[in-house]
Design a protein around this ligand. Sequence first.
Ligand code: TTP
Ligand code: MG
Length: 358
Amino acid sequence: MKKTIIHVDMDAFYASIEQMDNPQYRKKPIVVGGNPEERGVVCTASYEARKYGIKSAMSSKKAIQLCPNLIFLPVRMDRYISVSKQIHKVFEQYSDLIEPVSIDEAFLEITSNDAIKIGLEIKKKIKNEIGLTASVGISINKYLAKLASDHKKPNGFFILIQKNEIEKFLSQLPIRKLWGVGPKTEKELHKLGIYMIKDIQRYDQKVLFDKFGNKAFEMINYSKGIDPRPVENNYRKKSIGEENTFPTDVDNIQLLKQHLYNCCKRLTREIKRHQCLIKKVTIKVKYQDFLNITRSITLPHYTDIFSEIYYIAENILVNKISLNKKIRLLGVQFSNILYSDEPIQLQISDVVAKEGAN
Ligand code: TTP
Ligand code: MG
């Protein structure tokens, strides 16, 4: 039986939930994110706000300049996670193989001939039972399904199954739509005279390999609509973190410690929720002159104990980070994550730590 992939991506996810929960914000330009007075950043903007050019990751200050009537709403993560779970419950009614990509996005593998019917039903259920709109793309692989869901956003539904449809569709897209091409690679490709996805197909492959190494192989495949990656339901985060820009630059160690403490508390709660352990703590600092540094410590063993984790984080802050300049942003990241169903790979250092504890 042939496999079809459905990609579902919710429209303006956080903002749409706020508009659903608070009718006074419906049809209004709103953003969810940090305050402009506190140097916040836009997490997402309602489609009404996007008309003004406002988008995710833009500074809230710039956003308010673009739209002076803009309404700012704080992030209510718990609520968004709970809606995300409701959406997944809908997916589970239609496929056993689901790959969550982010809080509002997933791939579903469908092995029957009913993918189109299922795609429409999922959209309808999300609208009728949850109250939100989703964009759905249906195709023969993950890359094309994602392009399809994006194509008619918001409230989109787009099918890319026939070979000639796929070729025609890809030939019209700018190179930025190629999977893995961000602003930096886009610039490099422009320098080579590659502006459209179809330009890659005709380009001298040797030049591409010299310039991009193995990545060129993927680029060429994606440009032809080939994506061999399977849908995988064992998607796992490799790291979990949080970073925040301070309302004003800080060099007071007590304030930094307090901030670090709160971040570590939240992240530790998160790893416990996912029933995982971590081994590495990294702190990122952006100074007032925008210089970024990261410093890490790897623990001798896996842990989810807050006091152990904070002890390491504080140690990094005090001993590895210079406070000769004020700090604009402080971030914490936990990595080397071990999930509860994975076997622990014991290393010499683990054994030594264990024996030391006896
Ligand atoms: P996206 O699916 O990228 O964006 P969206 O759902 O808001 O809008 P659309 O898909 O219609 O284009 O991200 C899902 C949520 O993740 C988004 O609502 C807020 C959050 N997010 C951030 O917090 N920061 C970001 O930079 C991005 C891109 C998303
Ligand atoms: Mg979305």
